[in-house]
Design a protein around this ligand. Structure first.
Ligand code: MN
Length: 309
């Protein structure tokens, strides 16, 4: 049925007489398909509108390409989704995250995708809040939801470190003194063998001058990932920390015990005597023995508590 034969009252829109571009294209295309008109003026008009239609078609094809969002890597492993939701809640309950901070996991189906929550306080995160991202920090399907401005921390670490499967960013208060003083954060006890080689400090001022302190684009994320290098965590001067791991339980467990370690170190130093730190060789032996048994035992407990089971 020819849509143009409909009575005027059936046409929708505030101005039924408006000559919509799509109408122009369809009309001219159909006029062109009818063949050569005997009237040369009409022929000229037909060809002119046909060409205009081609231009419109070109625009119509180009626009979606410019607004293209990355394709999804597919449905992630449900266990990964469950653990990521638990991670948000555990880190909040353990006092590592408060209203701010986030945790992400690399997608199990694609190395160039990761999953994290929409911008939301960690303790409120559910599976419905999780969004897939590419390594440029683009959301696959944000559905109009606001995003964490510091998602580039995660994106650039996943790009730089193929071994990393989970990333935590937090502002735990106990860690901040070690990001702003000349006293380095050091391994105090056996639970933090993952910092046996020390903890680098990222100062955003070095490469970017005066900023709002946030790692809110790819360039800043790249610089942070460079400072992280092959370490397990990196302090951020006057801001917080990023902790990585080969699994969600590792990244969460390390985040919990790193915060505890900072408190222990401050307490030990406040006593005023000499402090004996873990030797790098001791730390390495603990890592070789299987870092905290993969955090399996506390993870089980934390997850049960966090999910109300
Ligand atoms: Mn932050």
């Amino acid at each position: 049925m020819d849509r143009y034969s409909l009575p005027r009252s059936d046409r929708s829109g505030p101005n039924p007489r408006s000559n919509r571009p799509s109408d122009t294209f369809l009309r001219s295309a159909s006029a062109a398909s009818r063949g050569i008109s005997s009237n040369s003026m009409e022929k000229m008009l037909t060809w002119r509108s046909f060409l205009a239609g081609l231009v419109f078609l070109g625009v119509a094809v180009v626009l979606p390409a410019q607004q293209q969002t990355p394709a999804t890597a597919g449905t992630p492993d449900p266990k990964l989704v469950e653990d990521l939701v638990a991670a948000y809640r555990i880190l909040a309950q353990q006092g590592v995250l408060d209203g701010f901070g986030h945790v992400s996991v690399r997608h199990n189906r694609a190395a160039n995708r990761f999953i994290m929550s929409r911008s939301l306080a960690p303790e409120l995160v559910t599976a419905a809040d999780l969004i897939e991202f590419d390594l440029d920090g683009n959301a696959v399907d944000a559905k109009g939801r606001s995003l964490y401005s510091e998602r580039f921390i995660h994106a650039e670490i996943y790009r730089a470190r193929p071994d990393v499967r989970a990333v935590v960013h937090n502002h735990a208060a106990a860690l901040i003194p070690f990001s702003v003083s000349s006293v380095p954060l050091r391994p105090m006890y056996h639970m933090v063998s993952f910092i046996g080689k020390g903890v680098p400090v990222f100062d955003i001022r070095n490469a970017f001058g005066m900023t709002d302190m946030l790692v809110s684009d790819s360039a800043k994320g790249r610089a942070l990932a460079q400072t992280l290098s092959d370490n397990s965590c990196v302090l951020m001067r006057g801001h917080g920390v990023v902790v990585i791991g080969p699994s969600i339980p590792h990244a969460v467990g390390r985040s919990v015990y790193l915060e505890v370690n900072a408190r222990i170190q401050a307490q030990a130093m406040a006593l005023g005597g000499n402090v004996t730190y873990l030797d790098p060789q001791e730390a390495q032996k603990m890592m070789d023995a299987g870092e905290n048994r993969g955090y399996e035992r506390p993870w089980e407990l934390w997850k049960a508590k966090a999910m109300g089971k």
